[in-house]
Every structure is written in structure tokens, then in C-alpha cells.
Ligand binder design. Structure first.
Ligand code: KE4
Length: 440
């Protein structure tokens, strides 16, 4: 089938597949955001990905800025990574037993991330498992029950982390999802991101009851929101003072904003780090790890239980190892910085040209353009964005062959495959899309 530009609608084949899927899978998707609920329009079904491109069931070729929600830092279908997985698969898919690959993987990961150096890791199968397990370990290590997350922070779908935004730090957590009993989140407290006063007050009032603070060091799930100057450093000092385990959720930022993640970029070393996405090169891999004294509380060495049938399986290890070896051999971060800045600055300029309120936050190869005026330092600021306008922009861009994350509160991911020509094509589409949005 000849490649055609995207006509703005998913196309008949994708729509037929969505109808079939919706009878068997809730919303027709295996993860809610893929349903395009917040931007409207039908999600195209994808047949193949290559470099910066996605190919749809209806023959369209799209420039992709979702990158599988982060893993595709090196572009889709990187031959070195795919060949490693194929070679591993020829020896069997999963053994449920220890392998040398897991040792090499652990040696490599712990050499790259500051908080893991001299420490230990445990491999799991997703970011959710990594954060859920890290919090259990922190509770087991400290003997304390309370945990703290940021309002607007997302760490996967473990019950204890599904807390309604806005329930406030002083009050007990309230469930943010049906099916989560009040009791399960009663010890989950919320803080506004970048609010040092609230952090200081909570530590003063409850510091000795708190097992852990878990934070995305650069928020990515309220849209991209960097830490204010000194925020992470102060959080590190306060958690040390009160014996609180500081957990950086670097599932998104790990290996993206620097080889050692946000903790390397900002020079702040947490007690535990959670990784996912890039660390598995596109295969289902999560990692949590850090301080040896904390990690030695995990079974079979210590009393904290955590397990997984496919944890450390050979294919995930192969994809992860290949990915990390490329990052070690040829760190792409300077080039990613340049390309992401070109796109980010170009979008801002075209929004201004069209007089569309658009304010952006960027750290390395991840950014968000919020459809609002004024700076965005926390979730409340982010929620002040015009999500209707974002939806229109998303549809206008998709109609021009540009596939953006289908939510204002997600991130644009730039990969090493996004070259100048691709960025120029994107900016030309954006010029028209902003004009269309401004006209409405
Ligand atoms: P997974 O369980 O989806 O592998 O990871 C959960 C997770 C944990 N921590 C952070 C910082 C994350 O960003 C995520 C997952 N990110 C979302 C989108 N931002 C994945 C997309 C989806 O849910 O389909």
C-alpha cells in the first residue's frame, strides 16, 4: 500500500480494529491513555515503527514524539537492540533461573547511575513494579508506614499510589481510583511539587513517621515540570535529617536527561532509584535499587518479600544491555539537547506568531508545551492549561502526520532519530496547526 499522509482520521482499518478491540479489551486499549480520550479522534493502530516513524494500519507514516512513552530514545527498531533480542530468543525466552546476563546487566546499570554505585538492584517487569517494590522496601527498612508523593506525580498504578490529587498533605490520602479502599491510602500523603514550605512543614510535623518520599525529580506526568533551583537539594537534606528514604522515580528521566538520569544532572543522590522504559530498550523491564543496607532487607536475604516470574528474563536483559551499551559507547546527550531545543524553541516561536498562549518546560530531550500563559511550576499551574485547545492542536498535528502524546499532561520525547529534516517538517505542520487553533 502506498504511503499516504495522514488524513486526520484513524482510517477505516484502525476504526474497525478499535471496534473489534473494544468488545474484548476495555476501551479497546491495554493502557488508558492510548484511547485518545482527552484529545478526541480515533487512535491509529500501528503496524511498525522505524527510527522516528510509526506506520499505521491505514498506510500512513507518522513522525512519532511518544516513542513508546520514553523507551525509544535511540529511535524505534534500533538494529543493535533488535539483533540482541533475536539472538537471546534463539536460546529460549525465559528460564525462571539465574543467568549471567542478569549479572552483567546489574554491573552495567550500577556503574551508570550515581545512587546505584556501590549499591544493589532488583529487576522487575515495569515501572509500577519498581516503585511499588521500592516503597515496600522503604517501609520494611524504616518500620514506618507513611509515604509521601507529589500532587500530580505518577508512579504507576499500585494501589498505595493512586491517591486523589488535592487531598492535601495534612489530611489522610483519599483514593484516586475506584477499587482502592480508604485504608490502603490512609498513609499516603500528598505534597505540592516545588513547594519547599509545605515540604519543611510536613517533615517537621511528621518526619519521624514517614518511611519514604517518592518524587519524579523532573515531573513528567503533569507535563514536564523541572525542579525549582535547590528544591531537590533541600529535599535530600530534610530526608536525611529525618531518616526518610528518598526515592527518585526515574522511570521516565533515567538515561534520558543524562546518562545517570536527573540525579546526575542535578547532583542529588537519592537512597533508592526506580527505572523503567529506556532501561529495557522497549522490552518490559523495571529496576529498583540503591543503598545496600536498604536493599539487603529484600528476600531471600531479608524479610521484605518481592518476586516476579519474568523478572530479569533473557530478552529484557538483552534489550536493556544493548541499549545501555550504546549509551555508554556513544552518549547522545549533547545531540539530543540540540535537537530538542530546536523543536521546542521552534514550537514556541510559531505559537507566539499565531498568538496562541503557549508556555513550555524542557529538560534535555523531554518537554511539554502548556496551552496557557505564565510559568508552570506544579500540578495546579499545569491544570490551568486550555486542554480543549491542546486537543485541537493534537488533532491538527495528527492530520499533518505528527503523532504527539494524546494528553496535555504528558511529555514530548525527542530521540536520536529526530534529525533536522524531521524537525523542520514538524515545525511546518505546527505553524499550520497553531493557525488553525488560533482561528477557532
Ligand atoms: P509502567 O508501569 O507503565 O511501566 O511505569 C509506570 C510509571 C512510573 N513512573 C513514571 C515516572 C512513569 O512515567 C510511569 C509510566 N508513564 C506513563 C506515561 N507517562 C506510561 C504510559 C501509560 O501509562 O500507558
Amino acid at each position: 500500500m502506498a504511503e499516504q499522509t495522514y488524513d486526520g482520521r484513524a482510517g477505516d482499518r484502525s476504526r474497525q480494529l478499535l471496534a473489534r478491540a473494544s468488545r474484548l479489551i476495555p476501551g479497546g486499549v491495554n493502557s488508558p491513555v492510548r484511547a485518545f480520550a482527552s484529545v478526541g479522534g480515533d487512535p491509529p493502530f500501528i503496524t511498525k515503527a522505524q527510527g522516528a516513524y510509526l506506520y499505521t494500519e491505514d498506510g500512513a507514516k507518522l513522525i512519532d514524539y511518544v516513542g513508546s512513552w520514553g523507551p525509544a530514545l535511540l529511535g524505534h527498531n534500533n538494529p543493535e537492540i533488535v539483533e540482541a533480542v533475536i539472538a537471546a530468543a534463539r536460546n529460549g525466552l525465559s528460564f525462571g533461573a539465574a543467568t549471567s546476563g542478569e549479572v552483567e546487566f546489574a554491573e552495567l546499570v550500577t556503574s551508570m547511575v550515581p545512587s546505584l554505585r556501590g549499591g544493589m538492584i532488583r529487576m522487575v517487569n515495569s515501572g509500577t513494579e519498581a516503585t511499588m517494590s521500592a516503597l515496600r522496601v522503604a517501609r520494611g527498612f524504616t518500620g514506618r508506614a507513611k509515604i509521601v508523593k507529589m500532587d500530580g506525580g505518577y508512579h504507576g498504578h499500585a494501589d498505595i499510589l493512586l491517591v486523589a490529587a488535592g487531598s492535601g498533605a495534612a489530611t489522610l490520602g483519599i483514593p484516586g481510583s475506584a477499587g482502592v479502599p480508604d485504608s490502603v491510602v490512609a498513609d499516603t500523603l500528598l505534597l505540592p511539587f516545588n513547594d519547599l514550605e509545605a515540604l519543611e512543614a510536613m517533615c517537621k510535623a511528621q518526619g519521624d513517621e514517614i518511611a519514604a518520599i517518592i518524587v519524579e525529580p523532573i515531573a513528567g506526568n503533569m507535563g514536564c515540570v523541572p525542579p525549582d533551583d535547590g528544591y531537590l537539594q533541600r529535599m535530600r537534606a530534610l530526608t536525611e535529617k529525618h531518616g526518610i528514604v528518598l526515592i527518585f522515580d526515574e522511570v521516565m528521566t533515567g538515561f534520558r536527561v543524562a546518562k545517570g538520569g536527573a540525579q546526575e544532572r542535578y547532583g542529588v543522590t537519592p537512597d533508592l532509584t526506580c527505572l523503567g522504559k529506556i532501561v529495557g530498550g522497549g522490552m518490559p523491564v523495571g529496576v529498583y535499587g540503591g543503598r545496600r543496607d536498604i536493599m539487603e532487607t529484600i528476600a531471600p536475604v531479608g524479610p521484605v518479600y518481592q518476586a516476579g516470574t519474568l523478572s530479569g528474563n533473557p530478552l529484557g536483559v538483552a534489550a536493556g544491555m544493548a541499549t545501555l551499551r550504546i549509551l555508554e559507547r556513544d552518549p547522545p546527550y549533547e545531540a539530543l539537547e540540540v535537537q530538542a531545543a530546536k523543536l521546542f524553541d521552534g514550537l514556541a516561536a510559531r505559537a507566539a506568531q499565531a498568538k496562541v498562549a503557549f508556555t513550555g518546560n524542557r529538560v534535555g530531550a523531554m518537554f511539554t508545551g502548556f496551552f496557557r500563559d505564565g510559568e508552570v511550576h506544579n500540578y495546579d499551574d499545569a491544570k490551568g492549561s486550555d486542554t480543549e485547545r491542546f486537543g485541537r492542536f493534537h488533532r491538527e498535528m495528527l492530520a499533518r502526520g505528527i503523532y504527539l502524546a494524546p494528553s496535555q499532561f504528558e511529555v514530548t520525547f525527542v530521540s536520536t532519530a529526530h534529525d533536522d529534516a524531521i524537525i523542520e517538517t514538524t515545525l511546518a505542520a505546527a505553524e499550520e496547526a497553531f493557525a488553525a487553533v488560533a482561528a477557532n
